[in-house]
Structure formats: structure tokens, C-alpha cells
Design a protein around this ligand. Structure first.
Ligand code: G3H
Ligand code: 13P
Ligand code: ZN
Length: 334
């Protein structure tokens, strides 16, 4: 049994309270490898932002849960080495799907876990989330629950259709489970194909497809029911068109990849939405940079020569999110 406090990590409680009060959101970036983690930590330190490092089921299968946990411990030391004496780093389980998994993460030093019972019948979701909360809170580990279903397909997270969160359920859910934050469904979804072209209209100025707006009325209704309660948005990548274009320019084939417009995320970040999940954008940045090197320097075979530029591109992306979308910069004293 390792407590996250011994690893220099923090839970989400104070972080979220400050974010709601300050009208900004904490970035929750998924990581699967060293280059991503280095880029996240550098971006967070250089912008003085708190940050949530997320580990998904796909990441655990790819990189190993234990190794990822030690990498997060290393991230705290790395942040200090970069000049931030008191980094605020959360190690969070993304989309935990069982009590046993959440318990194993709590036991090995995660400071926050998500139990995703959103696909279960309501009462089963309540019971499972409550069970995780009762265990996690003994060790001061914070818990994210979810109500409503997000559409989209990733390696391990998939649903064909979304169902918006029912605001009538949120008080009962938060009270009976005791969860610390609630992920809701208001039209975001996982992956790089969040909308079908036929759902969008063309912006005459740019020629780009503009998706339908998020259901801010649902968010407003949730906030009215649960004033000041931390809300989480999954599936919040914006799918930057410059990366899609770059990938396609250098031999890729991404067709009609569409994300959440940044101005909608800016608006959400100013509300009780205090955690915004971003994974796909980092994948796009990495792929675009690697493809560019492969196309321009076909003789290159040292992985550092393409993973290095990929890391730089991800760092640029993470900084942009922090500074220009979420507003979580300059919140640390380091
Ligand atoms: O929520 C989904 C995340 O982007 C993680 O996806 O299971 O493919 O790692 P993954
Ligand atoms: P994106 O696929 O939009 O990056 O969402 C990631 C996410 O929600 C991780 O839980
Ligand atoms: Zn998610």
C-alpha cells in the first residue's frame, strides 16, 4: 500500500475548489509514454499550471499500470528539477470500470480515480460509485463519477450514441454516492470524429466545418441543481485542423475529423466545469510531427530524431490549451 502523498502527488479537492472560484479549468491530459509525460510536465511548469495526469485502460494495457505510476512519481521530481518547488500534479485513473481496478490504483498511489458506471442502469451506477468512494475516501483519494453517456470510439471506450445527462438525477447521484466530481454528457465525445459532416455547417470565412453547439442548457441545469459542485467534461479535444492537414499532407488519411470548437471550451472552463479531458489532440500533434520527419528525412532512423520533434509539438499544444483555452496558467507559486 502506497499513499499518493508520499509520492508528492495531490488529490483534486482543493484544485477543483480553486478552479471553480477562479473561473478556469484544470487540464486532464492522458499519457501513455515518456515523451507525452515530459511534454505535459514541461508545459505545466512553464505556465505554472496545476495538471492532471490520466491513465486509461488503453494506457495500462500499452505501458503497464505500475510503470505509469512510477513515471508519475518521476514527473513530480522532474517538475521540481525544472524549477517548480511545489508542483500540483494529480495521478488519475481515467474510465475505471470496476471496484477492483479503482482499489488497485488507490493502493498503488493514484490520488484520484474515475469510476465510470455511466453505461449501467442508474441504481447500479449509484451502488458501484458509492462503493468506490467509501474505499477511496479512507485514503483521501478523490473520486469522479459519471452520469450520461458520451458517444465515440477509442481503444477501450466506446458507445454509439450519446445520452445527455439528466439534470433531475444529479442531486440524488452526488448525495448518495458522495463522489467529489461529476462527468456529464452535453454533446462532447471521445476520439477525433466527434461529429458527422452532415451535422455541421460550413464557415464561409474559413471553409471549415462548424459542429452544432454543446448543450449548455444541460450544463446550466446541472449547475443550478448542484451549485459549486465540480463538473468534468470528457471528449474535449478540438481536433486542430492544422494537425489534420499536416497528417494528410505527409501521407496520412484522416477524413472529416471534427472536434469541439475552442470557444465552447473557453466558455465551459469559466463555469463549474473544472476538469477538461484532452487526449486525441495530443495524438494528432505527435502523429503530425512524426509523419513530417518521416516524409522530409526518409533516411532518419534514430527514434529520438522523430520523437523529439513530436514531444516539442505536444508541449506547444499543451501550453496552448493551458494559456488560451483553460486559463489554468499562473496558479502555482513556483
Ligand atoms: O477516454 C478515452 C481516452 O482517450 C483513452 O483512450 O483507452 O484509447 O487510451 P484509450
Ligand atoms: P478526447 O478523445 O476528446 O481527447 O477525450 C479524451 C477523454 O475524454 C479522456 O477521458
Ligand atoms: Zn473520457
Amino acid at each position: 500500500m502506497v499513499n499518493y502523498k508520499d509520492l508528492g502527488l495531490v488529490n483534486t479537492r482543493d484544485m477543483f475548489a480553486k478552479a471553480i472560484k477562479g473561473g478556469y479549468a484544470i487540464p486532464a491530459f492522458n499519457f501513455n509514454n515518456m515523451e507525452q509525460l515530459q511534454a505535459i510536465v514541461k508545459a505545466a511548469v512553464e505556465t505554472k499550471s496545476p495538471v492532471i495526469l490520466q491513465v486509461s485502460k488503453g494506457a495500462r494495457n500499452y505501458a503497464n499500470q505500475t510503470l505509469l505510476r512510477y513515471m508519475a512519481e518521476g514527473a513530480v521530481e522532474y517538475a521540481k528539477e525544472l524549477g517548480c518547488e511545489k508542483p500540483e500534479i494529480v495521478l488519475h485513473l481515467d474510465h475505471g470500470d470496476s471496484f477492483e481496478l479503482c482499489k488497485s490504483c488507490v493502493d498503488m498511489g493514484f490520488s484520484s480515480v474515475m469510476i465510470d458506471g455511466s453505461h449501467l442502469p442508474y441504481e447500479e451506477n449509484v451502488a458501484l460509485t458509492k462503493k468506490v468512494v467509501e474505499y477511496a475516501h479512507q485514503f483521501d483519494v478523490t473520486v469522479e463519477g459519471e452520469l450520461g453517456v458520451l458517444a465515440g470510439v477509442e481503444d477501450e471506450v466506446s458507445a454509439e450514441h450519446h445520452t445527455y445527462t439528466n439534470p433531475e438525477e444529479v442531486i440524488d447521484f452526488a448525495t448518495r454516492t458522495g463522489c467529489d466530481s461529476l462527468a456529464i454528457s452535453i454533446g462532447t465525445s471521445h476520439g477525433a470524429y466527434k461529429f458527422k459532416p452532415e451535422q455541421c455547417h460550413v464557415d464561409p470565412a474559413t471553409g471549415r466545418l462548424v459542429p452544432p453547439p454543446l448543450a449548455f442548457d444541460v450544463l446550466d441545469a446541472v449547475m443550478e441543481k448542484l451549485p459549486g459542485f465540480p463538473i468534468v467534461l470528457h471528449g474535449s479535444s478540438s481536433v486542430p485542423q492544422e494537425y489534420v492537414d499536416m497528417i494528410n499532407q505527409y501521407g496520412g488519411k484522416l477524413e472529416a475529423a471534427i472536434g469541439i470548437p475552442e470557444d465552447e471550451l473557453r466558455k465551459a472552463a469559466k463555469s463549474a466545469v473544472c476538469k477538461i479531458n484532452i487526449d486525441s489532440d495530443s495524438r494528432l500533434a505527435m502523429t503530425a510531427a512524426v509523419r513530417k520527419v518521416f516524409a522530409e528525412k526518409p533516411a532518419e532512423f534514430d527514434p529520438r530524431k522523430y520523437l523529439g520533434p513530436a514531444r516539442d509539438e505536444m508541449e506547444k499544444l499543451y501550453k496552448h490549451k493551458i494559456l488560451n483555452v483553460l486559463g489554468s496558467d499562473n496558479k502555482l507559486s513556483c
